[in-house]
Design a protein around this ligand. Structure first.
Ligand SMILES: [Zn+2]
Length: 588
């Protein structure tokens, strides 16, 4: 995880910043004994199980297991990459990072920064145009679309003039290079040489990322000419399907409401948002992507989809439903009449109507069944089979067997198909899914429990550096039974030998494994023991780990002996039995 940034610098930064100060700039922290606690920003909860330790400079959530140091918090909460998080904290505490140590990362970061800067300049250029002499028609157009002046300012809407080189000339005057303008997707090369502005004579809708940096643009004509929309191409800072339009403005509302309303277009976002439906985002494309769902999942598990009332909207909704269910989200749908979208609905019927529709959104089940009934004939046996199998494909996405059972019964009921037949069809679907996607998931979610003695020893070693050497004289890392504890102990031993810090917040810079980090944090929030209590506990833990180790070796040998017996391999059998006796002698 440390990458090319020197470890001592990471340590230096962690030593200078205060995790309590950093986290409390995002969420309110309450004092709880020696620690601070809060409602976890990474999962939805009603009682606080998110702990921050000022002594250890770490955080840990006992609800969802999310944990780490100050870097990790920024990576998770602000979705920064590791180098970005390091850079941000380095800046905060005045540590200077050597650029030459990571030329590629630095180059990429500096290119991205250039593009953000150019986009920001372009936003201000288009914005100035809108309020300038040529902006009357555009302002009139925007007002006609129901966008009020305040929203125009908030979203920094703008205008691209008819000129072919308006933006180029402006950016040049700000010393931007043509290469960067092209990489930002703002200009295009002419066949005859030179460049021209990509967006002309259009209203400009800047697209911001989650942190409010401008990454791209949507540009719409003000009449009925085609194409209606032109968007930025993919650039180093803008990948379609990676971000959600408006999320930078609505994410806190989504977290508070514990529900996200998902719409398709920018105006479908802007108008309801302006009118007071704030927990909303736009996917800016047809179907949702995996990246977008992962982004949303950090804020809520409840989704209401409102896509356009046309076939494309319907198909995109159906596809998104399956993906959302697969990610374990609860999803409902607001169907709109053909030819309507959320923007038009709010302007026609008011935001209260849309809110009411969100309140009464249909279950995925009712929605999908209705759509399928419109597409296939229930009376025709083949049509009926088609409907049932498509419904089952979605029901099958539920991880929870009880939910699958409930929906199967519901399907049997509503379609008047015997439950047995439905169960048989579902059974046919089952293996494909459970083998590929589902099996690794529960494993990842529920790792085997760790011997408490191993956890405690790690805690003691982290608290008292001298113990590392003492304990390592009696145990080797491989005596630990769990892959996570082995990893932690190995790193601790190495750092101690090298005379380096093993404070928990520093230690976790050496793990790329999430669960090793979580384990370190968890042990740090375990109750403290008195001096004597600890001494005895260390002794007991070592003894218990040794016993455990002997037992598992004995069991292993036992299996080998049995297999040698059944193979009739006398030589091997004798040597194994000898080994077994030695082991028993040692153990007792
Ligand atoms: Zn949590």
């Amino acid at each position: 995880m440390a990458g090319r940034i020197p470890e001592n610098l990471l340590e230096d930064i962690l030593g200078r910043v205060d995790i309590v100060e950093i986290i409390s700039s995002y969420i309110p922290l309450k004092k709880a004994g020696a620690n601070f606690k809060a409602n976890c920003p990474f999962h939805h909860e009603k009682t606080a199980s998110f702990m921050v330790s000022p002594d250890r400079q770490i955080y840990h959530c006992f609800g969802c297991g999310e944990s780490g140091n100050a870097f990790k918090f920024l990576m998770r909460h602000e979705r920064m990459e590791f180098p970005e998080a390091v850079e941000s904290l380095a800046k905060k505490c005045g540590v200077i990072l050597p650029q030459e140590d990571r030329p590629e990362a630095a180059q990429a970061a500096s290119l991205n920064n250039q593009l953000y800067k150019i986009n920001e300049l372009a936003v201000s250029f288009y914005e100035t145009n809108l309020y300038g002499a040529g902006g009357k028609t555009a302002l009139h157009y925007l007002a006609g679309r129901g966008i009020n002046p305040e929203t125009i300012k908030n979203f920094r809407l703008g205008l691209a003039s008819p000129a072919w080189d308006g933006l180029i000339n402006f950016l040049r005057s700000k010393n931007a290079s043509l290469a960067h303008m092209e990489q930002a997707g703002l200009i295009l090369p002419k066949k005859s040489g030179g460049y021209y502005d990509r967006f002309r004579e259009r209203v400009i809708f800047p697209i911001a990322d989650m942190r409010g940096r401008f990454i791209g643009f949507g540009a719409r004509v003000m009449d009925n000419s085609l194409p209606k929309y032109i968007n930025s191409p993919e650039t180093p800072v803008y990948t379609k399907g990676r971000n959600l339009f408006g999320f930078n403005l609505s994410k806190d509302f989504i977290r508070d409401a514990d529900c996200a309303v998902i719409v398709e277009g920018q105006l479908d976002f802007m108008i309801p948002f302006q009118e007071g439906l704030k927990n909303i985002v736009a996917s800016q494309g047809t179907a949702l992507t995996q990246d977008q769902i992962k982004l949303l999942k950090r804020y809520t598990r409840n989704i209401v989809m409102i896509y356009d009332g046309d076939t494309a909207g319907e198909t995109a909704t159906l596809r998104s439903l399956d993906m959302l269910i697969e990610e374990g989200l609860n999803v409902k749908v607001v169907p709109l009449p053909a030819g309507t979208d959320p923007d038009a609905l709010v302007r026609k019927a008011g935001v209260a109507t849309l809110k009411e529709k969100v309140e009464n959104a249909e279950s995925f089940f009712d929605y999908k069944l209705k759509v399928l009934r419109g597409r296939h004939q229930m009376k025709d046996p083949h049509g009926k089979a088609k409907i049932a199998s498509e419904m089952l494909a979605t029901i099958n996405k539920f991880e929870d067997a009880i939910l699958r059972g409930e929906y199967t019964r519901k399907l049997s009921d509503q379609m008047q198909i015997p439950e047995q037949d439905i169960a048989e069809e579902l059974h046919k679907l089952k293996p494909a899914v459970s083998q590929e996607a589902k099996q690794p998931a529960p494993q990842a979610a529920k790792p085997a429990p760790i011997n408490p003695a191993e956890k405690l020893l790690i805690k003691f070693m982290l608290e008292e550096r001298d113990l590392v050497e003492k304990i390592m004289q009696q145990l080797s890392p491989s005596d630990f039974a769990d892959a996570r504890t082995v990893k932690i102990v190995e790193v601790m031993r190495r750092l101690t030998l090298e005379g380096k810090s093993i404070s928990p917040s520093v230690l976790m810079n050496y793990f790329s494994e999430e669960d090793a980090t979580a384990l370190v944090c968890e042990t740090m929030f375990m109750p403290e023991l008195s001096e004597e209590g600890r001494e005895k506990a260390v002794h007991d833990c070592i003894a218990r780990i040794k016993v455990q180790r002997l037992r598992s070796r004995r069991e292993h040998l036992h299996i080998q002996i049995k297999s040698a017996q059944s193979l009739g391999d006398e030589t091997k059998l004798n040597s194994l039995i000898q080994e077994f006796h030695n082991l028993i002698k040692k153990g007792d």
